[in-house]
Structure formats: structure tokens, C-alpha cells
Design a protein around this ligand. Structure first.
Ligand code: MGD
Ligand code: MGD
Ligand code: SF4
Ligand code: MO
Length: 701
């Protein structure tokens, strides 16, 4: 259809960025010279019709002239345009040859939490059925793995929030641990301000002052990496001062006696000393939470991206459980999920050990069920692989020879990025499906152009466990294909088309419904029709007439006996300690106007203009010690590498700690510096603490 100046094109859509999944309308006004855009928030239960600056400007990257519009192959070091037929042929010949020479496990698959449920599900099936490799994992390993494994072990289920967001104002005490909602989920802030108007006492735990800690009544400015110990202090106060809900602990949990004995050996003065939080504040926080009739605890990456992330979260869950603050109105726990589909993306098989519906690839019953849904024999399904960073180690060791990346920029987002770059450059064949020439795509042998949120239809599950349908609102540009079409195309080139014969995305969801049926994350009762009719449906939703579970654990937990598990947690110290050579702690995180590795937001002119280069927050006293002036270029260095950032002197951070955001690549890629040590249980890297030094790039005379 021809478009005329003065016409409007209305696109009803959903933000591609964070886990709130705000709904919006993008109106394109067609002009003679250029088009202009208006973005309007749309009513929805999660953000209550609010939008943040990233959502408002997301159309800019999606419509940017930087978008990849045709496949490209690297020939003599330069990218040349190829047809899709040629691209599939290149993949077929490389994958077949590498598979024959080194075995199927020599091909790795690396996914992402921005993919729709349908694409994430299909990527898991693609790895196991089309490539028949055990090596698949995804960027959510760096995001949700600590909270997910803690939720699974403590409650028997991993759903980001145990309650609806609308219950937040009903909690009388709220703990916000290592979460910066003001910058990372800004449209949720009014829930907390409303809580404050109701008299809620808010406790923030963060080594920095942020927009989030600003609204807190009490801010525990913890030393990076010391949350588990801090919670041991609070638990001790709760037990010693009889704030325990004894009947809840007895009837609905296991392990209270062991926890009580463990806490008897905790010395509060030690805790204050090692965490850097004054004893009076530890006591005040515990008493406020213990006394409150209702309460909620939220954790995010500050607590979780640690080498003890799993145990640190378990300790926060101990606190919720022994005070009986769960499964009731205004009482619960929330792991603030990160990516747009960070929740759904971790349920349907992108994880190394997982099959759809949160099934386990090691459980014979689960394998048999999924094998039947997929029409293969159970013993044809590979076993479990390894976590995302461990895959990079296997790439480095040349055990993995080919890598297929869809929905991630691992070169910038993995810890120890110099090592990762070295590994990726050894690959025989790297394929990247992306919208842009990301840092990782630049290293690829083949790049496949994929569609953006405006063009791609599919479901996404927000942080509350609410499944939402995002309809396509625009035709793809150029020769772009959707992720699911790309996967089907490759499967066909490998002779596996009979397992990937979908003609539209809803057919994939229909298969996902069945594959998830009876699993922990049961989507069976959810259909596109239902999602169009209602405003999203919560999982678990086992049948078409099931309303979906809004509040979890009212009567029982998801473990077979119905009880939750408590656990004694040791005071853990970060893997890397400061030293004479590296005297400062580095912690990393986010700013309001950029998203993750910045591939998308750096291409949005309004967002890029707000924050165009990386920086390092440093306390003025510390800066003085290292002759660092404000607004000057700094070399920041660890054992693993160095970067250049601009200094930002601020009293908002601890004197022993500096902070650098993660949104830039190249010489500003903070992951060249971060530590690759992993949490032993969930394999989360300790992104939030390592030891560094900082000095002016140009020494002053
Ligand atoms: N603007 C923006 N929003 C985003 C994203 C983005 O990139 N930009 N990404 C999305 C994604 S994928 C995610 S995972 C979420 C992340 O959301 P958050 O986890 O809230 O974000 P971070 O900035 O990584 O970390 C949160 C806070 O943890 C603090 N912190 C650092 N070390 C410690 C520690 O040892 N203990 C404690 N208690 N706190 C510590 C940091 O100072 C920081 O303020 O945000 C989502 N939303
Ligand atoms: N130092 C440090 N490092 C961190 C963190 C930290 O706090 N500190 N946080 C970690 C966390 S929580 C996360 S989630 C990771 C994320 O890190 P990454 O996985 O690298 O995430 P993105 O930057 O979103 O990269 C996504 C890529 O996929 C593309 N893309 C977006 N949508 C789609 C799609 O639908 N299909 C396809 N095929 N491509 C798409 C984008 O253009 C982009 O190039 O980073 C982790 N790394
Ligand atoms: S980034 Fe998150 S809070 Fe902001 S508009 Fe998008 S979904 Fe909403
Ligand atoms: Mo994340």
C-alpha cells in the first residue's frame, strides 16, 4: 500500500526493554521530508499506564538506519551481502562439517532473555533436535540464575514475584536489596511511593546512594558482596528478639532448628565489622521488618551477581520464611527480573539443564514427555550442558568450535571480556542473529538480520509471571526474518524440517502449551485468544478455565511435602579481596537511559545524548588519594584487563568502592576488568565485586 504525507500509522505494542513490559502506542506521522513519531503510554496492569524514557524512545533504534536488512558473510575480513539461500548453505556446510569432524557437541547455542517465549522455546528445541548438541545456555545465566535457583530450592518454584505488583502498597515494611528500581524499572516507583503514603517503612541495601535508596527510611550502605553476612545479622536479631512466627516456621518450613543453631554462633559485632553497616542500623532494620504486620523483600542483581549469589538470596528467603511473611496479602518475595522476557526466557529450555515448562533434562520422566511432544526418542535428546561463561571457556579450549548466538552480545556482557574475545576469535564458525552489528556480530563469520519488537509477534512473561501477547505492528524491513523463521530455515537446511514445520508463531505457542503442560511453569491454559481477551494471564495456568495464580504459596509451597526449605548460610566474602596493587572494590550496574550492552539504546539518539560515554563514580576523598580530578579520563585496571572511563566525583558512594555502568563496549567495556569467578551452585559470575586500581590516564605534572 502506498503511504501519503499526512497519513498516520498507529502501532500498538509493548516495550522491548525491561521486565515490567509496559504497553504503548507508537504513532508514525508520515511527512513529505521525514516521518515524526508520537509515543503514548497505554493502560496496563503492570505499569498502570506509565512509560519511562527508554520505552518512549525505543522506536528510534527499531527504525534506525543502522538496522541490518540482509544477511552478510565475512569474506577476507570484510562483510559482503549474501542471499538467505547462500546464508543457509554456509551454515549447513559448516555445521555439518564441524559436527562430522568433532561431534555434535562441538556446536554451541547461546540465547537471550529478550527473545519471545516462542523463540526461546524453539531455540532450545533447535539445539537438541536440529543440532543435537548439549551445549546451549543463555544470557539469563548472568541475570536470574541466583534468584531462580534459590526460589527453586527454597520454595520449589521460581516465579519472579510471588505476588502481584498491586500488593506492594499493602506491605508495612519493604526491603529493597541490591535493586535500583528508580533507574531500572522506573514505572514501578509509584507502587513504592504509594506504600510510603500508607506508612510503609522502606529499607534499602546498596553500597551507593541511588534514586531508590533516596526514598528509603533506612539505607544500609553495605560493603560490596557482604549481603549474606548482613542478613545473618538481621536473622539473629529476629530470632533473639522473638520476631519469629513460630507456628509458620514449624508447620510450613523445614530446617528451622539448624538455622537457629547456626545463628547462635553469629556475633553481631563481627557482622557490623565485616559488612561495614553499623550495628544499630542492622538492629533497626531487623526490628522494623520483624514488627511489621506485613512485609515484602525484593532482591536484584546487587545481591545476586555475586560468587555467593545463590546463598545470599537463600538468606533473604530465610528472613521472609521465619517471619511468616509470605503467601498472604502484602507479604511475599520478589526477584526483580531483568530483561523483557527474563521470566519466560528462563522457563522453556534455553538453559543448559532444562526442558520446556521448567522440566529437567536429567529427569527420565521429563525427557520421555518432551521427546514425545517433539516426536523423537528420549535417548536422542542430549544431556545437560554447561553455563554461559563455562561455554566461553569451552570455546577458548576449542572444545566448542562453532557458536550460534541469538539475542545476546556475549563479548560485552560476559565477565573477563578479553578472555572471551580471545576465545571467540578461535572459533571456526560464528553465526550471530541480531538487529545490529553488535560487538559480537562484528566478530561473526555470518550475520543474520532479525526483526525488532515492532515487527515480531509473540508472547513475553513479565516479572510478575504474567504472560502477555505482543502483536506485530509493522512489516519487516528489507530481507529481515523473525528469529523463529531463521531457526526453521536452518533446521530445513540440516534436513530436520519435519520437526520445524511452522507457518506462524501461534503454532509454536500451541506446541509450547503442550510441552509445558504438567510442568512447574505450566502454560497449558493460556491461548492467544485468551491473551487477546484478557490483559495477560499468570502462570501456572494448567487449564483453559483456570484463572492463573496471582499469589503463590497461600496454602503450601511447591515442594512435594508442601513445605519451604530453610538453610544455614555462612558469612561469605567476595572471591577477590583488595590489595596494595588493586586497592578499590569495583561494582557495576546500570543507568536510566541505557539498556544492557547498549547495542539498542546507543542507537537511540535521544537516549545516547543523555549519556554518551561511560564513567566511574568515586568518592572525593578516594579521588584525592589517587590524584583523580573530576571529569577526567581514568585508567581502571584489574588483574584481567583495563579500560578508560571518565571520573565522576560523588559523595554518594562508599569510600572503598567505585562504580562503572555496563552499557559500553570496546575500550569502555567494564567486563574487561570484572572477575570470571562463578557461584558454585548457579554459575552466576561475581559481576558486582572485583579488586581494581584507578589512576589518571595522563599523569598531571
Ligand atoms: N535503565 C536500565 N534498566 C534496566 C536494565 C538496564 O540495562 N538499564 N537492565 C534490565 C536488566 S536485564 C536487569 S538484570 C535489571 C537490573 O536491575 P538492578 O539489579 O536493580 O540493577 P543494577 O544497577 O545492576 O544493580 C542494582 C544495585 O545494586 C547495587 N549493588 C552493587 N553491589 C552490591 C552489593 O554487593 N550488595 C547490594 N545490596 N547492592 C549492590 C548497585 O549499586 C546498584 O544500585 O534491570 C533491568 N532494567
Ligand atoms: N559487568 C556487568 N556485566 C553484566 C551485568 C552487570 O550488571 N554487570 N549484567 C548482566 C545481565 S543482568 C544481563 S541480562 C546481560 C545481558 O547482556 P546481553 O546478553 O549482551 O544483552 P543485550 O545487550 O541486550 O544484547 C542483546 C543483543 O541481542 C539483540 N537483540 C535484541 N532483541 C533481540 C531479538 O528479539 N532477537 C535477536 N536475535 N536479537 C535481539 C540486541 O540488538 C543485542 O545486540 O549482561 C550481563 N552482564
Ligand atoms: S524500560 Fe521497562 S519501565 Fe521503561 S517503558 Fe520499558 S518496560 Fe516500562
Ligand atoms: Mo539482566
Amino acid at each position: 500500500m502506498e503511504a501519503f504525507a499526512g497519513q498516520e500509522h498507529v502501532m500498538d505494542t509493548q516495550c522491548p526493554f525491561c521486565s515490567v513490559q509496559c504497553k504503548m502506542q507508537v504513532v508514525e506521522h508520515l511527512g513529505k521530508e521525514r516521518n515524526t513519531y508520537t509515543v503514548l503510554p497505554k493502560p496496563n496492569a503492570a505499569s498502570e499506564g506509565r512509560l519511562c524514557i527508554k520505552g518512549m524512545n525505543a522506536y528510534q533504534h527499531a527504525l534506525s538506519s543502522d538496522r541490518l536488512t540482509y544477511p552478510m558473510a565475512k569474506v577476507d575480513g570484510a562483510f559482503v551481502r549474501v542471499s538467505w539461500e547462500e546464508a543457509y548453505r554456509i551454515i549447513q556446510s559448516n555445521f555439518t562439517q564441524i559436527g562430522q569432524q568433532f561431534g555434535n557437541d562441538a556446536i554451541g547455542v547461546y540465547g537471550g532473555g529478550s527473545l519471545t517465549n516462542e523463540s526461546a522455546y524453539l531455540l532450545g528445541k533447535f539445539a537438541r533436535v536440529a543440532l543435537r548438541t548439549k551445549y546451549i545456555d543463555y544470557n539469563g545465566r548472568f541475570c536470574m540464575s541466583a534468584a531462580a535457583s534459590a526460589g527453586n530450592k527454597a520454595f520449589g518454584i521460581d516465579r519472579g514475584l510471588t505476588n502481584q505488583l498491586s500488593e506492594i502498597p499493602m506491605a508495612k515494611c519493604i526491603i529493597l536489596a541490591g535493586t535500583n528500581i528508580a533507574e531500572c524499572q522506573p514505572t514501578l516507583m509509584p507502587y513504592f511511593t504509594r506504600a510510603k503514603e500508607n506508612g510503609t517503612f522502606i529499607i534499602a541495601i546498596d553500597p551507593r546512594n541511588t534514586g531508590t535508596t533516596e526514598m528509603a527510611d533506612l539505607h544500609l550502605k553495605v560493603k560490596p558482596g557482604m549481603d549474606a553476612a548482613l542478613v545473618n545479622g538481621m536473622l539473629k536479631v529476629l530470632v533473639d528478639e522473638a520476631y519469629v512466627d513460630e507456628s509458620f516456621a514449624r508447620e510450613r518450613t523445614n530446617g528451622f532448628q539448624e538455622l537457629r543453631e547456626h545463628l547462635a554462633n553469629i556475633d553481631l559485632n563481627d557482622i557490623a565489622e565485616i559488612t561495614g553497616v553499623p550495628l544499630v542500623q542492622i538492629r533497626q532494620a531487623a526490628e522494623a521488618f520483624g514488627k511489621a504486620a506485613t512485609g515484602m523483600v525484593f532482591t536484584a542483581r546487587g545481591v545476586e551477581q555475586q560468587t555467593d549469589g545463590y546463598m545470599a538470596v537463600r538468606n533473604f528467603l530465610n528472613m521472609v520464611l521465619i517471619t511468616g511473611k509470605i503467601g498472604k496479602e502484602g507479604c511475599g518475595y520478589g526477584a526483580i527480573t531483568g530483561q523483557g522476557n527474563g521470566q519466560g526466557g528462563r522457563e522453556h529450555g534455553q538453559k543448559a539443564d532444562q526442558l520446556p515448562g521448567y522440566r529437567s533434562i536429567e529427569n527420565p520422566i521429563d525427557r520421555a514427555y518432551i521427546a514425545e511432544v517433539w516426536g523423537v526418542k528420549p535417548d536422542e535428546l542430549p544431556g545437560k550442558g554447561v553455563s554461559a561463561y563455562e561455554m566461553m571457556e569451552k570455546v577458548h579450549e576449542e572444545e566448542i568450535r562453532a557458536l550460534f548466538v541469538m539475542g545476546s552480545n556475549p563479548l560485552v556482557s560476559n565477565p573477563n571480556a578479553n578472555f572471551v574475545e580471545e576465545g571467540l576469535s578461535k572459533l571456526k564458525f560464528l553465526v550471530v542473529a541480531d538487529m545490529f552489528l553488535s560487538e559480537t556480530a562484528r566478530m561473526a563469520d555470518l550475520i543474520l538480520p532479525t526483526s525488532s519488537y515492532l515487527e515480531n509477534e509473540g508472547t513475553l512473561t513479565n516479572m510478575e509471571g504474567r504472560v502477555l501477547l505482543r502483536e506485530a505492528s509493522r512489516a519487516v524491513m528489507g530481507e529481515v526474518k523473525h528469529d523463529w523463521e531463521i531457526l526453521c530455515g536452518i533446521a530445513q537446511s540440516l534436513g530436520r524440517e519435519s520437526y520445524f514445520s511452522y507457518t506462524n508463531v501461534e503454532q509454536i505457542f500451541e506446541e509450547l502449551r503442550i510441552a509445558s503442560r504438567g510442568g512447574l511453569a505450566d502454560y497449558y491454559g493460556i491461548t492467544y485468544d485468551r491473551l487477546r481477551r484478557d490483559e495477560g494471564v499468570y502462570w501456572p495456568c494448567p487449564s483453559l478455565d483456570h484463572p492463573g495464580e496471582k499469589r503463590l504459596f497461600e496454602k503450601e509451597f511447591a515442594h512435594p511435602g508442601g513445605k519451604a526449605e530453610l538453610i544455614a548460610v555462612d558469612n561469605h566474602f567476595p572471591d577477590e579481596q583488595v590489595s596494595g596493587e588493586f586497592p578499590l572494590y569495583l561494582t557495576t550496574g546500570r543507568v536510566l537511559s541505557h539498556y544492557l550492552t547498549g547495542v539498542q539504546t546507543r542507537r537511540s539518539h535521544t537516549l545516547a545524548a543523555r549519556s554518551f560515554e561511560s564513567f566511574m563514580e568515586i568518592h572525593p576523598k578516594t579521588a584525592q588519594k589517587y590524584q583523580i580530578e573530576d571529569d577526567s579520563l581514568i585508567r581502571l585496571e584489574s588483574k584481567r584487563g583495563s579500560i578508560v572511563v571518565r571520573s565522576k566525583l560523588t559523595r554518594e558512594i562508599r569510600e572503598d568502592t567505585v562504580f562503572v555502568p555496563m552499557h559500553w563496549g570496546g575500550i569502555q567495556n567494564v567486563n574487561k576488568v570484572t572477575n570470571q569467578a562463578l557461584d558454585p551452585t548457579c554459575k552466576m559470575p561475581g559481576f558486582k565485586v572485583c579488586a581494581v586500581n584507578a589512576r589518571p590516564l595522563v599523569e598531571s605534572m
